[in-house]
Design a protein around this ligand. Structure first.
Ligand SMILES: [Zn+2]
Length: 860
């Protein structure tokens, strides 16, 4: 699974969508670090801290499910699934005369034992709405299989679990627009992970269970169906319905069972001789190949890299409405949330390629070899996250790959500031809390270190062995260790103990002494040894002398160690962990001269980024300017954007000499992020300073507002509105119909700023229709618009602002709404100001979350 907030690049966009827009659009009152702090608090809410009172052992195997055969139909009106299940079971080891099945919130109509001749004998059972305990007709040994028949109705929307169990996002089966009254297609889809499949069929809902499956799905003729495995039969019925039978021949875990129903167009692709299909809504058909088209190439890449071919019968991907997560690796039938839809222009800024890679890689790590218990979740998610990097590494430049895996380090280190837990977590209140940057980002980085520690050949041969030896089985982390030990011939307990079975990371400081004949490094591990291991860390040191690089390999094992290296003359630069694979927070003080040398000469992306980041905090403005200048000329886009981030800190004269460079970036840089950042810097540094403002920027922004990237076009339009509002307004009116994403936000921003009374309805309609975070932008626009009006009655719109802002679901949305109103108050006057002040006070008076007031600096 991939949660939306765990996606690397767009994370900011989702959580801070409007905040960023607001910060850019008004002179930035919300400081960026406030946003960061709030974002962290937001993330804390979604990942509660574990408590030591739980221990989750692997679920005990009592009975074993062999085959599940379902026949399902739907009552859309009631949001019910009408099902029958034939379950083939046997005792796992000890003889059993009863069986317990997970089944959440069902009406059970009949439970029977099916005899060989097909006759059904009713069985006694008890049911507490969570589990059915069924008394068998006699005791069975592990050599005797038996078949149960269960006729049931699943009612996911009225699950009657005890209070406190938040089931709304874990109801397993979802009816979208079931009455056909909403402006979206009617769909049904499922979400099993972690233990929600038992909301739609009776099973042993644990990751260490696995069985084969067959599902007959009866739907109205117009709907397509999708499930795991192959469709073996499709029969038109006489009542206008059709029954599709899907069969999954290889065993897999119940949480990977899947169904989807709706009107979809199916784009057919292939990999070797397998069907690779993309299910999208009919009007999105023209985009399907672009969105998913790299899938066969990825299947070939992973099959070759692992020396283990994609093991399932087909590969389908479907995009559904109102999905509860980012995407889910249901065996051979992956579900994606609708954010994956993109037209040609949206695709430029966010192709979602890594989500596709992540879910596909799960088909080896997760679906084929499955974590036996949720505490072992990193065996699924750490691998899927590392799979994203492997694809980057195989397909794109070393800089792109290094940048990508650096984001994992940043993501984990950010999370580590508020929690540090064992990677394999036997203590957690609810497995859903494990879907965090430990299991994903840290898990991926640990695999990267394992690969470094034993070498590429042993690592990939070890993975092949793991996939073969534990083929279609559930495993715990020790099986990964044993596989790697078996292949490499090395005892790897040291590695697994310190990284998988402990918490934290290395906190390293490096102190250098350089003279004419040698280099002396004092290296300390400063992490608290009460909670974190003292690490064994093999790593590389690069010493740069007169344009040559001396490479050394060392191993850290102590809290403090001194290493000495002989040199022929004075070293220019020392690079610690030269391959940049460590999961560590490293501090290494160097002179500006050394950082500049590193920025210009060290080859790795991380070398350049680290040097740039260090130099821009220099007390010497000459160093800052030189670093930014070098960064702007770097061949890699992320170094360019990082340099642009600090362009405002450069001295005025150098800024002036670099203006042409930024203009060229806007015109011709291949990466949209760089073009957008260049526009924002031209606007911020030159246009808002009368002495530096350049009329030539007007034409530049006007033409960039037609840039194919929505981010670039939106930023260009905002920048243009500062210099020439009328010109920006004309473009905004022209783009109004077709603009999406950042360009659409900029269009409404400009129209509100122009404040033509004839646009009153347009601005108000946009406000009325806004949902979620967009309400904040729309409120900002409406206020901007209203304060410039003479004749428009502001009372009703202000009342609406009050209603919508007081009904915002999330505390930080309410905080940003209040912050925005508060920020506008000083710039307006008269009765409008008084009325807005009343709205502000009413919102404050009724606010119950103390965080909102705390961040506003208000005491009640
Ligand atoms: Zn995943």
């Amino acid at each position: 699974m991939i949660e939306i907030y765990l996606r690397k690049i767009p994370m900011k966009k989702i959580a801070l969508l409007s905040i960023i827009a607001i910060t850019l659009s008004a002179c930035s009152v919300i400081q960026k670090n406030t946003s960061d702090v709030i974002l962290e608090e937001v993330l804390v809410e979604s990942t509660q801290i574990a408590q030591r009172e739980y221990y989750h052992e692997s679920p005990k195997r009592v009975n074993d499910l062999i085959h599940t055969k379902l026949d399902v139909a739907f009552d859309w009106n009631k949001k019910h699934l009408l099902g029958t299940a034939y379950l083939d079971l046997k005792p796992y080891f000890e003889p059993q005369n009863s069986v317990t099945l997970d089944a959440k919130g069902f009406d059970i109509h009949q439970i029977a034992l099916v005899k060989k001749d097909g006759a059904k004998i009713d069985l006694k059972y008890t049911y507490d709405q969570k589990q059915i305990v069924i008394q068998l007709d006699r005791e069975y040994s592990r050599k005797e299989a038996y078949t149960l028949f269960i006729n049931y109705t699943a009612k996911p929307d009225d699950l009657t679990l005890e209070a406190g169990e938040a089931i709304s996002d874990a109801k397993g089966l979802y009816f979208i627009n079931p009455h056909g009254e909403e402006e979206k297609p009617m769909q049904i889809w499922t979400q099993g992970e972690t233990e929600s499949s038992s909301c739609w069929f009776p099973c042993i809902d644990k990751p260490n269970e696995r069985c084969t499956q067959e599902i007959a799905i009866t739907v109205q003729e117009k709907y397509s169906t999708l499930s795991n495995g192959l469709m073996i039969k499709s029969t038109a019925n006489t009542d206008g319905t059709r029954t599709d039978i899907w069969k999954q021949e290889l065993e897999h875990a119940p949480y990977l069972f899947m169904m989807a129903v709706g009107e979809f167009s199916i784009t057919k692709d292939t990999w070797r001789n397998l069907d690779v299909n993309y299910y999208v809504e009919p009007e999105q058909e023209k985009h399907a190949q672009r969105i998913f088209g790299k899938t066969p190439e990825m299947m070939e890449f992973y099959s070759n890299l692992l020396g283990f071919d994609y093991p399932w019968d087909k590969y389908s991907q479907i995009i559904v409405r109102d999905y509860v997560s980012g995407a889910m690796e249901n065996t051979s039938a992956v579900i994606h949330g609708e954010f994956v839809y993109s037209d040609e222009r949206e695709f430029i800024d966010d192709p979602n390629e890594m989500i596709i890679a992540h879910e596909l890689f799960h088909h080896w790590f997760g679906d084929w070899v499955t974590c036996e218990s949720w505490p072992n979740l990193p065996l699924n998610e750490g691998f899927a996250t590392y799979g994203e990097y492997l694809w980057m590494e195989g397909k794109y430049s070393p800089d792109e790959a290094a940048y990508y895996i650096h984001q994992d380090l940043i993501q984990y280190l950010n999370e580590s500031r508020r929690k540090q837990e064992d990677l394999i977590r036997f203590d957690n209140a609810n497995p859903i809390h494990m879907f965090d940057s430990h299991s994903y980002a840290k898990g991926g980085r640990i695999l990267h270190m394992l690969r470094y520690a034993i070498g590429d050949d042993a690592f990939f041969t070890g993975l092949k062995y793991y996939l073969t030896e534990y083929a279609n089985q559930a495993v715990e982390v020790h099986q990964l260790r044993l596989a790697m030990e078996h292949i490499s011939g090395q005892d790897l307990n040291w590695f697994f103990n310190q990284w998988f079975l402990a918490s934290g990371h290395a906190l390293i400081s490096v102190d250098q002494q350089i003279n004419d004949t040698n280099v002396r490094l004092t290296i300390s591990q400063n992490q608290s040894l009460e909670t974190t291991p003292l690490y064994k860390l093999p790593l590389a040191i690069d010493i740069y002398i007169n344009g040559e690089v001396q490479k050394h390999t060392i191993e850290l094992t102590k809290q403090q160690e001194v290493f000495e290296f002989q040199t022929t003359s004075q070293a220019d630069l020392i690079v610690f962990d030269a391959d940049h694979y460590l999961l560590a927070d490293i501090s290494f003080e160097k002179t500006d001269q050394q950082w500049l040398y590193q920025l210009e000469n060290a080859p790795h992306y991380y070398d350049r980024m680290e040097a740039l980041d260090s130099l821009v905090t220099s007390e010497n403005f000459v160093s800052i300017s030189r670093a930014v200048k070098i960064g702007l000329n770097d061949t890699f886009w992320a170094i360019n954007t990082q340099a642009l981030e600090h362009f405002k800190d450069v001295d005025t004269r150098t800024q002036g000499t670099l203006e042409g460079h930024l203009i060229n970036m806007v015109k011709s840089h291949p990466k949209s992020d760089v073009r957008a950042a260049a526009i924002n810097n031209l606007s911020l540094v030159f246009d808002q300073n009368e002495n530096m403002a350049s009329r030539s920027h007007i034409d530049l922004y006007a033409s960039a507002s037609a840039d194919p990237s929505y981010i670039v076009a939106g930023d260009a339009l905002r920048a243009l509105s500062i210099l020439e509002l009328d010109a920006a307004y004309l473009i905004a009116r022209k783009e109004l119909k077709s603009a999406k994403k950042e360009l659409r936000a900029a269009v409404f921003y400009v129209i509100a700023k122009k404040a033509d009374p004839r646009d009153a309805k347009l601005i108000k309609d946009e406000f009325d229709q806004a949902q979620g975070f967009d309400i904040l932008d729309a409120t900002n626009n409406l206020l901007q618009f209203l304060q410039k009006q003479q004749a428009v009655d502001y009372r009703e719109p202000l009342n609406d602002i009050y209603t919508r802002c007081s009904n915002l679901d999330l505390w930080y949305q309410r905080y940003y709404a209040l912050e925005m109103i508060n920020r506008q108050l000083p710039s307006i006057s008269g009765e409008f100001r008084d009325a807005l002040q009343v709205v502000f006070k009413k919102l404050i008076a009724q606010e119950k979350d103390p965080r909102v007031l705390r961040y506003l600096g208000i005491q009640k």
